[in-house]
Design a protein around this ligand. Structure first.
Ligand SMILES: C[S@@+](CC[C@H](N)C(=O)[O-])C[C@H]1O[C@@H](n2cnc3c(N)ncnc32)[C@H](O)[C@@H]1O
Length: 284
């Protein structure tokens, strides 16, 4: 239940500093002074949900032992930016199938079927990992020795819940090529609800896990061949970008690839990556 009448006094500078420091230190997300109004309006959603009428009281609650257990994840859900799309920055998916996969498979000496692991790091509500799963499934139809698994991770539990459900408004599915829509999406039986759902076969090949990219440890043993790390580090400071990229590189298989967002540049970062194509990098 919402409490729409909750109308607290504006967030003080001191409170902003406390919230922003936590977000920067723990999530890596830059939170300069200019973002104060945005942060305030996002956190206000939680105050209205809980019926709390001051940012101070909310702050004390969220960082109390009970709040750390019950509320912190929900605060993280509202402070993260989760904009994403199916087939976002589509050139990457062409590059993946036409150049990257044949190249990586060429390195393989093992004649038997080997499972390739692709990690969507900062996967939001699942559109990116499901796009990968569609494209890789199509590739697998023609390459009998090819098998794959997609892992999607994010810091937001709410985003991951939506991702696991795999249910989207049909407008969201518009960028998906028609042939893929037929093969990988189911339409809602209830025609008044314009919804689609990813098929169980596609959901089966994508594994979603909660993971904070600021943490060095990753509770998934397998090393990825490819990491899609797109439109996440744009929110990080240069120092955090370097730290997180180095950590991802440690996880990546030798010769593995990292794809970044089109507006994200690695210029000037001390990371063990060489450029292969715009926003596509190979581990040194
Ligand atoms: C803008 S979305 C990008 C989604 C997708 N990669 C794409 O390009 O469409 C950024 C995602 O990164 C996640 N994120 C931000 N900081 C994170 C962190 N420290 N660890 C894990 N995920 C994080 C957010 O929750 C959000 O879902």
């Amino acid at each position: 239940m919402d409490h729409p009448l909750i109308n607290p006094k504006p967030m003080t500078d001191k409170m902003f500093l406390r919230f922003s420091r936590f977000i920067q230190d723990e999530l890596g997300i830059k939170m300069p002074e200019v973002k104060k109004l945005m942060l305030q309006s996002r956190i206000l959603k939680r105050l209205r949900k809980l019926g709390i009428n001051s940012f101070e009281e909310y702050h004390d609650y969220v960082f109390s032992p009970q709040g750390l257990k019950d509320e912190l994840g929900l605060m993280i859900d509202v402070v993260t930016t989760k904009k994403t799309d199916f087939f976002r920055e589509p050139k990457h998916f062409n590059y993946l199938v036409e150049t990257a996969l044949p190249r990586i498979l060429g390195f393989r000496t093992n004649p038997y079927k080997v499972q390739m692991v692709v990690w969507s790091a900062g996967c939001s509500t699942g559109e990116e990992p499901y796009t990968l799963a569609m494209v890789l499934s199509e590739f697998a139809r023609t390459q009998k020795k090819f098998d794959f698994k997609v892992i999607g991770t994010d810091i937001s539990g709410d985003a991951l819940r939506k991702a696991r459900m795999g249910i989207y408004d049909s407008e969201k599915a518009e960028p998906i090529p028609q042939v893929y829509k037929k093969r990988y999406l189911l339409k809602s039986k209830d025609k008044s609800r314009r919804l689609v759902r990813v098929t169980p076969q596609l959901r089966y090949v994508v594994d979603f896990r909660i993971h904070n990219l600021m943490e060095k440890r990753f509770n998934i043993r397998i090393s990825p061949d490819i990491i899609f790390f797109r439109n996440v580090m744009i929110y990080f400071s240069r120092e955090t970008q370097e730290q997180v990229l180095c950590n991802l590189c440690r996880r990546l298989k030798p010769n593995g690839l990292i794809f970044t967002g089109h507006s994200e540049t690695l210029t000037g970062l001390a990371v063990p990556l060489v450029s292969l194509a715009p926003t596509v990098y190979r581990k040194k």
